[in-house]
Design a protein around this ligand. Sequence first.
Ligand SMILES: [Fe+2]
Ligand SMILES: [Fe+2]
Length: 254
Amino acid sequence: MKVLFIGDVVGQKAAAKLGKALPGIKLSEGTELVIINGENSSDGNGITPHSAKMLFDMGADVITTGNHAFKRKEMDAAFEERRNVLRPANFGDDCPGAGVFTVDFGYCALTVINLMGATYMPPCDNPFKCADALLRKSGAKNIIVDFHAEATAEKKAMGRFLRGRVSAVLGTHTHVQTADERIVGGTAYITDVGMTGASDSIIGAEKNMVEKFIRYYPQKYFPAEGECEVNAVTVEIDVSSGRAVSIKRIAQNI
Ligand SMILES: [Fe+2]
Ligand SMILES: [Fe+2]
């Protein structure tokens, strides 16, 4: 089974461009299943029912999110209704939705787990203990983890912690694709898949964000305009064992 995992989509224009490019990417990469991190897919950050629908309409099978999952209140009901829109599992049971979803192909199944880092991130339950508890009660063989985290070391630690226990640990949130993809012990790993958004931007945002760092004065978040790129990875899984066979980075203009 070959899975296409697309890094955080930033804004509606990037989502629209991705929608046009996605059929071609799926065809050229030969992927059967698409996971998209949609936590920034609405303009002004967060995810809305409208931006989630866009991602589903273009071919997402599962949408993952992160620290911006609950930024838009109108999304709470959608997290409950659409179980294939995930919020980090370690936000806790009091929050709407769930952090785990299984796509059943009949001949095999793929489980997607969404977790959020605890270092330099909003308060959440411990992601390592959460992952361990989920895996202990899950009988799934083919598992992809979206680990949405800020700290490189925490992401590396999660990759090491879940080595041999899941098919892939894919980092998101920092919006810059890293070049450390590898497979160790049957688990594919990359520190960050990157983002899908404007190439000339501050991790997807407009240049007013520079002011935030000069004056330490909060700035409104606008997705940047202009040329757009998609950052993604493909992960091929041997479904008889759940072990990753390949991981390949994608970074192309769309
Ligand atoms: Fe994030
Ligand atoms: Fe993001």
